[in-house]
Design a protein around this ligand. Structure first.
Ligand SMILES: Nc1nc2c(ncn2[C@@H]2O[C@H](COP(=O)(O)OP(=O)(O)OP(=O)(O)O)[C@@H](O)[C@H]2O)c(=O)[nH]1
Ligand SMILES: [Mg+2]
Length: 327
């Protein structure tokens, strides 16, 4: 079976071959792992990469006894993955604690978080994975984060609204650029090492409860206009946390679609997650390639001109549509 490895995989492999430091090698291998398709044909490759990472991990531990382990591969779960990044003390861990059942350490002093920690956030009938990270600024953290930044669906930049959030935002963009990550739509700027990963981003202005936050928020809005959306929250007081899951969902650019078997009621419990503007054919592929192969037409409730409209595989689906596939 062909492995169908993506250009992103080959780019990571090239970086692996060229890496001189053990932690860079591990980060590249972890990225290869994260972006490789998983099926029977790649089982062997998968196991091989895991083995290499384990061996290099031991080597790295021996080399820097007691020092932080480099690299981390977070398995994507749920409808989408959002990585929370930003300067120290901006409230990343507090936000993860408020929105998920994960229990990160939160503290008044900076550099509390030492590694990547995922948690699942509920939104309607789906779960979105949030990943807490150590504060940016050090090379070791950039190495630790590279794989997850390159493969994630959305990067949420957390800034502290009580102290010049525009500078924190600019600084964070600079740090991300060092990881070869730029906001989508700004790819052409700068002379970065290739490849550059253009990622959807969002800014979360945290600590909206503190003095000065309101004025700073206006400045942040002006700075981020045409780059990415901004949401203001308070991770400790709860302000804005009711709308945040929806804003993250919108920024992920996905839709929920439900399927039903002919003659049966739609189970409105387990939606299929698709990229916005996906069509019926893509929905079929997302479920099973055999469904796509046998597909003659579909019946759609929701986005059709009328209910139970018969549509072709090219019909573009909308949030909440119910689809019945006919072979
Ligand atoms: N007033 C206020 N304090 C907050 C808010 N969110 C977090 N804090 C406080 O800010 C401090 C840092 O919070 P953390 O969640 O540990 O920040 P972090 O970004 O994870 O910090 P590092 O792991 O060091 O990068 C803690 O004392 C929190 O209680 C907020 O919305 N308002
Ligand atoms: Mg933290």
């Amino acid at each position: 079976m062909p492995a169908n490895l993506t250009p992103q995989y080959h780019a990571a492999e090239k970086r692996y071959r060229e890496a001189k430091e053990v932690d860079e090698k591990i980060a590249a291998l972890q990225e290869m792992l994260a972006v490789m398709p998983r099926h029977k044909g790649t089982d062997h490759l998968y196991a091989g990469l895991r083995g290499k990472i384990a061996r290099l991990g031991q080597e790295s531990e021996r080399k820097q006894a007691g020092a932080r382990r480099a690299g981390f591969y977070i398995r994507r779960e749920g409808a989408g993955q959002v990585v929370l990044v930003g300067p120290a003390n901006s409230g990343k861990s507090q936000l993860l604690a408020m929105l998920t059942s994960a229990a990160p350490e939160v503290a008044m002093y900076p550099y509390t978080t030492r590694t990547l920690l995922p948690g699942m956030m509920k939104y309607k009938d789906i779960q979105i994975q949030l990943v807490d990270t150590p504060p940016l600024g050090h090379r070791s953290v950039r190495v630790l984060l590279s794989a997850v930044l390159h493969t994630t669906d959305l990067i949420a930049i957390l800034v502290d609204l009580s102290t010049d959030p525009v500078s924190q935002f600019n600084w964070t963009l600079g740090q991300l650029e060092e990881c070869r990550v730029v906001p989508v739509g700004t790819e052409s700027q700068g002379a970065l090492a290739t490849p550059v990963y253009a990622k959807k981003m969002m800014v979360i202005g945290n600590k909206s409860d503190l003095p000065g936050a309101h004025g700073h928020l206006q400045a942040l809005h002006s700075r981020c206009r045409s780059v990415c959306p901004v949401v203001a929250v308070s991770g400790t007081e709860g302000e804005g946390l009711d709308v945040l899951p929806e804003r993250l969902y919108d920024a992920l650019n996905i839709i929920r679609v439900y399927t039903k078997a002919p003659g049966q009621r739609a189970e409105m419990t387990e939606p299929v997650i698709l990229q916005k503007d996906s069509n019926v054919g893509e929905a079929a592929t997302a479920i099973h390639k055999d469904i796509r192969r046998g597909l003659k037409h579909a019946v759609v409730w929701g986005s059709g001109k009328y209910q139970a409209q018969t549509v072709s595989k090219n019909h573009v689906l909308q949030e909440g549509d119910v689809v019945e596939f006919h072979a």
